[in-house]
Design a protein around this ligand. Structure first.
Ligand SMILES: [Cu+2]
Length: 651
């Protein structure tokens, strides 16, 4: 039997183990239910607030959802990379530019990892960032408005999976490329992958709103770079990335990228990168990428950038080291002390834990196995702190409770394993339903985890909810980690694929909330500050409607003199100055979406009438007892008709 065939059979067996594990879990789900007092632990009485916000990535929905913990209640969907007709995001004239890229307008992406901004290694509640995998991008969402305010595209990257992990004072976000590609992109044979395709580790300046940009990129060998986490405390200044496919395979990776017993964690000294750039050791490389952000009128604008700063490890000694890590590692997580770097070797039998201080010593002692493309590979024994045994099948991700314990997900055996830092002993385990990917403890990847709860983000739902046809909502499970033994408290459905999540105490978000936009500060060029300013203006075939909305009418609400084929822009300003009084706007035949306009804000719907007639428009967001009276008419005449432009309200 040839070795390739043997490997294929090996993976067949792994699949059988997976299915058997799910089957066993299904059978056991009746017994392994909630604890007796679970209901009281997740009950949030009517009118009271949850203790934590949980921000869940939407995965293939492209967006971010906000839940409360411990209730699991869905509080909001924040559109990020995908158009969202519910509020017009990505459809309105003010938001379309947010989705511009060097590939044109992209109305969708695959959003995996939310990451809260940090101060001193602790989530601070200012912003949350999230990655777009497919067309590499990173977005910043302001947590005073819960709106996407900025997106930067990442050049020389493909499959932006290891992103956007943050340094402890939000100096940088990182983005590592899952797929190595020709750098710079060019037409070449895929068979020539080895040595020609490259990986890229990108550092993005993130601490100033409106000014996110690629700070620098590091060109690395053509592996797959999967996930990342920043050092903290003593390891602040370093960033750790997992890699797999160190075989540099370009086909049938399930076999060909699983040959090596160890792949690498790449340890990057980003303070050293700053020094090398200052010393002139980087080069500028042509690259087209978009930076989109809200301007002072809260309108998205795009800026096209043309070059990036690229460093090569061979030109900057001490920039990158490889830590051998079994086997095809997925997650990499740094404990609250900053000393331990935990890798999730998804095909490994143990969880390897590297020591930051041993790593520094090994670098000083030059304990190198070899050097790859200018990157020293440190000796495994010289950097390993310990290995966690009996850690479950398929360990992926680890978070921490701040009390000396780590919690690791095991995908194949569908469980969470709790183990002790330092002794590497497993102290507890709990089954989850089913096939858990990431997990989240509020603050669990920071210097000061809140602990208390753990959320398992499960990939497969099967029998957990009332069936809804072939597709079932993905399941999150809330687990109490306040005691010695983990206790399952609650299942709740999620939107899209909740790939990763972040949690933060509500007190850090609640006081920051914007309740409405100040009308006098509205700098939108088509805003009106009062009904007296409302009007309709024609400029050739373009018509601008300066419209206002307030309980309970539009001004103007009768418009005549529009012609078939005109480009009509309804610029609607919501004159309300009170919390939670948005108005909607929709007009028959609009081929985009509605507008949902926050108090004090102006939003624009483009409408091109295709036939003559008199057409209604109305408010879509139930705003008052006279909401059904919030309507108007627009008369459309044939092209070239002599009906004069006219508009009015109440006449
Ligand atoms: Cu209304």
């Amino acid at each position: 039997m040839n070795p390739t065939r043997m490997k294929q059979i090996g993976f067949g067996l792994a699949t059988v183990v997976l299915i058997a594990a799910i089957g066993a879990s299904c059978a056991g789900s009746q017994q392994a239910g909630s604890t007796d007092d679970a209901a009281s632990k997740v009950y949030v009485p009517p009118g009271q607030h949850d203790e934590f916000y949980a921000f869940m990535s939407g995965g293939f929905s492209g967006n971010l959802t906000v839940h409360g913990l411990p209730s699991g209640r869905l509080l909001k969907t924040v559109p990020v990379f995908s158009q969202f007709p519910e509020n017009g995001y990505g459809y309105t004239e003010e938001t379309r530019a947010m989705l511009m890229t060097s590939h044109g307008f992209i109305p969708w992406d695959d959003a995996h990892h939310p990451e809260l901004s940090q101060t001193d290694g602790v989530p601070d509640g200012r912003w949350i960032f999230i990655n777009g995998n497919n067309t590499p991008r990173v977005a910043r969402i302001d947590l005073s408005t819960f709106e996407t305010e900025e997106i930067v595209e990442i050049p020389n990257s493909a499959g932006n999976h290891g992103s956007p992990f943050i340094t402890q004072n939000t100096e940088y976000l990182v983005a590592s490329t899952r797929f190595s590609v020709p750098v710079p992109q060019r037409d070449m044979s895929i068979d020539e992958y080895k040595g020609n395709f490259k990986g890229m580790l990108t550092f993005i300046k993130a601490d100033t709103p409106g000014e996110m940009d690629i700070a620098f990129q590091i060109l690395v060998p053509g592996y797959n770079y999967d996930l990342a986490h920043a050092g903290k405390g003593p390891s602040h200044g370093w960033m750790f990335f997992t890699s797999y496919n160190t075989e540099e395979a370009h086909t049938l990776l399930e076999v060909n990228a699983s040959q090596n017993d160890k792949d690498f964690v790449a340890a990057v000294n980003w303070k050293r990168a700053e020094q090398c750039i200052a010393d002139g050791k980087a080069r500028q490389m042509e690259a087209e990428y978009y930076h989109n952000h809200l301007n002072e009128a809260r309108i998205a604008v795009s800026e096209v950038k043309r070059s990036v700063t690229v460093l090569e490890p061979a030109d900057c000694e001490g920039l990158v080291y490889f830590l051998p890590t079994p086997k095809s590692p997925h997650g990499v997580d740094v404990d609250p002390s900053g000393e331990y770097i935990v890798a999730g070797g998804k095909l490994a039998t143990v969880i390897p834990v590297h020591s930051f201080s041993k790593m520094l010593q090994a670098i000083e002692d030059e304990k190198f196995e070899k050097v790859v493309d200018g990157i020293p590979v440190l000796q495994y024994d010289a950097v390993i702190a310990g290995e966690v045994e009996n850690a479950g099948l398929g360990p992926l991700h680890t978070e921490f409770d701040g009390k000396g314990y780590a919690y690791t997900t095991a995908f194949i055996s569908s469980e969470i394993v709790k183990w002790e830092l330092g002794t590497w002993q497993v102290v507890d385990r709990i089954p989850v339903y089913y096939s858990v990917g990431h997990l989240m403890i509020p603050g669990g990847d920071s210097r000061k985890p809140w602990g208390k709860y753990l959320v398992a983000l499960n990939k497969i739902t099967k029998d957990r909810y009332l069936p809804t046809g072939p597709e079932l909502a993905h399941a999150a499970q809330l687990i109490d980690i306040s005691g010695d033994k983990m206790k399952l408290l609650l299942d709740f459905p999620t939107m899209g694929e909740p790939h990763y999540a972040q949690g933060i105490h509500a007190d850090l978000i609640k006081p920051r909330q914007v309740q409405f936009y100040q009308l006098q500060d509205n700098k939108h060029p088509y805003a009106v500050k009062s009904e007296a300013e409302t009007r309709v203006e024609r400029d050739g075939n373009t018509v601008h409607v300066y419209m206002s909305t307030i309980r309970t009418h539009f001004s103007p609400d009768n418009i005549e003199g529009i012609q078939v084929g005109d480009e009509v822009y309804f610029h609607v300003t919501n004159l309300e100055q009170d919390w939670d009084v948005p108005h909607g706007f929709a007009v028959i035949g609009a081929n985009n979406a509605e507008l949902l306009i926050m108090p004090g804000e102006t939003r624009t719907l483009k409408w091109v009438p295709r036939r003559a007639g008199v057409f209604p428009f109305y408010c879509t967001d139930f705003c008052s007892a006279l909401h059904q009276e919030m309507q108007g008419y627009i008369r459309v005449s044939p092209r070239g008709a002599n009906v004069p432009l006219a508009y009015s309200t109440g006449q």
